[in-house]
Ligand binder design. Sequence first.
Ligand SMILES: Cc1cc2nc3c(=O)[nH]c(=O)nc-3n(C[C@H](O)[C@H](O)[C@H](O)COP(=O)(O)OP(=O)(O)OC[C@H]3O[C@@H](n4cnc5c(N)ncnc54)[C@H](O)[C@@H]3O)c2cc1C
Length: 663
Amino acid sequence: MSQKGVRMDTAQLDGIRIGRRHLRFDPITDDDATIAAHLEQLSVPALIASVVGITGDPSLLRTAIRPREFIQNEFQGKMTPAELAELRRRALAGVTAWRDAGCPQPRDPSPELIRETMEWINAGPVPDDYAALYAEEMDLAGANPRAIGLAGDAVIPPGFSVLIIGLGEAGLLAALRLQEAGIAFEIIEKNDDVGGTWYENSYPGCRVDVASHFYSYSFTHADQFSDYYARQPELHRYFRTLMDEFGIGEHVHWGHEVTRAEWDEDAGRWTVTATAADGTRLTRSATVVFAGVGFLNRPLIPDLPGLERFAGPVFHAAQWDHDVDLTGARVALVGAGASGFQIGPAIVDDVAALTVFQRTPQWMAPNPRYHAAVGDGEHWAMRHLPGYSRWYRFMLMLQSSDKMLDLVRADENWPDFPRTANAASAARREVFVNWITDQLGEDPALMAKVTPNYPPMAKRMLQDNGSWLRCLRRDHVELVTDPILGIDETGILTESGHHDTDVIVLATGFRASEMLWPMDIIGRDGVSIADWWDGKPAAYNGISVPGFPNFFIFSGPGTGLAHAGSVMFMTECQMRYAGAALQTLIEGGHRSIEPSEAAYHRYRDRLQTEISALMWGHPSIEHSWYKAADGNVYVLSPWRSVDYWTMTGAVDPDDHVLNGAHR
Ligand SMILES: Cc1cc2nc3c(=O)[nH]c(=O)nc-3n(C[C@H](O)[C@H](O)[C@H](O)COP(=O)(O)OP(=O)(O)OC[C@H]3O[C@@H](n4cnc5c(N)ncnc54)[C@H](O)[C@@H]3O)c2cc1C
């Protein structure tokens, strides 16, 4: 367990720095024909960006052949086949010349060249704030800009330590950053393994639905994923490998669930209590607590009358019972949201009958890459072409950042409101309806059941390659849309009748709005965070709360993403802010930091005002996990990613209260 009170020296730190691993490449030894074959499979805009970086020569960006338009899920800039062929030919010359020169390390690109490349790919201007965000995210110079920036001569007070609750992606990120900065930390994790979401959700078909080359830490090498949207076992492996590589595991108390954390004002420390399955208690003390418990970690078991009477196996998707063999079984899948949508197609070939119980249909965005494997050419480029994977990440980020936010802006004067939210929403609806019609045109009954009557993006959007509707059209599959009335020993009763079943799978989501539940978090003067929130969770920057000094929440209130983007990007933002807060504490010699009540209320009110302008909380939206029991939305971020990144970049001294000197 790390209990160091002073900072490690530079030599010690070198082994654990995050460094330039995202820029590593293997020299090319292939012949021209092999390289040319690989280039055929690449995104030409990302390829050209890479070659410009390798050569330092921007002339490839300054010819008449250039991307025409940048749109979602299209990676060739809408250029013609002839234009793409010509650019590939020019790129081949650049790549082979670089190979012949022995693949020298490219020089760090200038900010001007990076900006010019961004705008070339985007086929238009990139605003200053976004350009700064993307440049930091790509980190083409390997400057590691998101490290905790402690001054070289900063001395960490003896006894200063951070306790991380939870080792999902957020907890792991925090551990890596603390270790890199030489700050002592330990972790308490209720599971026996790393990964959180990507450890627990082992259900068939589980995969990410944000592209993996963006849903991954910005500082890791990109060539780790077999699929564009990695499957759960591979994602879990990704986190496990990182944990092992950096020796994070030795800092973890595995199999202990934190039940309580209490701030001791006199000591300026938190006391954290955890319990193991066998009842063993663990008590730890720390200067700072990072809560990385996730917001989709506590399964929501629905209150279905008679569920306990069912004679067969019943389990939640996040607690999949792998001992239950579904082969030849009649399976009831309750829930057709993000998990149900992945489970159905994955089990349909094995089961004798599948009955899907759906409360509301989901919008699906057509995405040909959703189940596709990363091609050989792209693996090759990510391994051998410096910058290729960074520019591919840039493209993913560019397409998923904030363009969707306007689709959910509520325009009450819009004639079709609230079926669609505004003109852009109506246009998007048409695209998505066409996607359904193309698959189901001759089946109007099913079409009616699977077509939402609310605006696109107002509830969780799904990525789709057609597998869901293919599944629903199978002869042994039934989609039931009338409400569940009750459950008995042999099945599920709805108005349409009794549905006999052998196994019930609950794909019913999580207790998302009950932030930090069921832990007792007790701040100054014995106030519990649950009482302070009173069912309306909020946090300054989604991270910190007045009266709870030195306490930082990851994936906290107001940080969930509903307009695309990656939660991992958000947690990297949160870690920047938490790191800056630690820096303020350590360098300033303060005991504690927290947001002022005024800043907290200002932030919360601004966020709620923004949320109320969007469709997510509109009364017409039913059965949405975005909404809390009172019908309001507390979990989501209404901000543009660039705004959240800006807010979390530094600790604003005017918004914070710093208490006393460190003891
Ligand atoms: C099925 C599924 C698919 C998803 N797909 C996407 C996606 O495509 N894109 C996206 O951006 N996001 C997605 N998400 C959201 C996902 O939860 C986040 O992306 C991310 O994994 C959250 O990481 P985290 O570390 O904050 O929380 P988690 O991954 O939930 O990890 C929390 C950790 O804390 C531990 N813990 C909790 N309470 C305690 C306690 N009291 N004591 C000790 N340990 C505790 C848990 O055991 C767990 O290990 C998905 C979520 C689910 C459930």
